[in-house]
Design a protein around this ligand. Structure first.
Ligand code: ADP
Ligand code: MG
Length: 247
């Protein structure tokens, strides 16, 4: 049995190199249930690699990735089943252009979770209403704004009720005026208790929604803490340099 105090996600000693490029150098990170952990750091600091490793899209060289105390790297663990317990959203919305918004969102419930067409579609409609796209279910992705497409992608990640939501720079590809609607949705999900691990350059979001901010540097979490500490009064010179460069 997992102890009740165990984090939902525990990453420990994670190591990953691409050739001679050491990207994750024994990285440790815990995500408590119902918390929002925000990853910050320079481009190339390993945020995407970490998220992809957690979602088992990237093989790691060493370390532990535990979801509710079960090591996902264990060869006995069914990677597809583990991945089905998480939802991931990328910078590019990755919706299938030849499918309606409804079909995009209903796909995983049918294919991965074996639900009937009716069940999958009613779950998809409900979650699309939740993200404010109840009037767009029959639309095709290229008829939606970038912000709407990204909200549809978030709906697709949420439709199976994931235990953990992984978000990688989900507002970086959006026109500035569309960033707010996506960040507002994330803040609402956060308020509802969705557990999230979020890589972002949006410091306003980090300040408002993060329980824990982690600054990645040199393949590790160099500094972490509540946003007012890491963003407001960083202890590490590297964190201060990073934040100064954003202004
Ligand atoms: P971030 O998301 O923080 O910008 P990434 O995790 O994307 O950082 O990248 C970290 C480092 O890993 C970079 O140096 C990048 O070039 C390298 N990298 C990422 N993915 C690959 C890959 N598939 N093959 C080779 N190098 C990669
Ligand atoms: Mg990245």
């Amino acid at each position: 049995m997992t102890e009740p105090t165990a984090p939902l996600l525990r990453v420990a000693g994670l190591r990953k190199s691409f050739g001679t490029n050491l990207v994750l150098d024994g990285l440790d990170l815990d995500v408590a249930e119902h918390s929002c952990v925000v990853l910050i750091g320079s481009s190339g600091s390993g945020k995407s690699t970490l998220l992809r490793a957690v979602d088992l899209l990237e093989e790691v060289d060493d370390g532990v990735i535990e979801l509710r105390g079960v090591d996902l790297a264990d060869p006995w663990v069914d990677a597809n089943a583990a991945r089905a317990r998480m939802g991931m959203v990328f910078q590019a919305y990755n919706l299938f252009p030849h499918m309606s918004v409804l079909a995009n969102v209903a796909l995983a419930p049918r294919l991965v979770h074996g639900r009937t067409k009716d069940e999958a579609e009613s779950a998809a409609v409900a979650i699309l209403e939740r993200v404010g796209l109840g009037d767009k279910v029959t639309a095709y992705p290229d008829h939606l704004s970038g912000g709407q497409q990204q909200r549809a992608a978030i709906a697709r990640a949420l439709v199976n009720g994931p235990e953990l939501l992984l978000l990688d720079e989900v507002t970086s590809a959006l026109d500035p005026e569309l960033v707010g609607e996506v960040l507002d949705l994330l803040a609402e999900l956060r308020a509802e208790g969705t557990t999230m691990l979020v890589a972002t350059h949006e410091m306003g979001f980090a300040r408002q929604a993060a329980d824990l901010v982690c600054f990645l540097d040199g393949g590790r979490v160099l500094e972490s803490g509540p946003p007012e500490q890491v963003l407001g009064a960083p202890e590490q010179p590297r964190t201060r340099e990073f934040l100064a460069r954003l202004h």
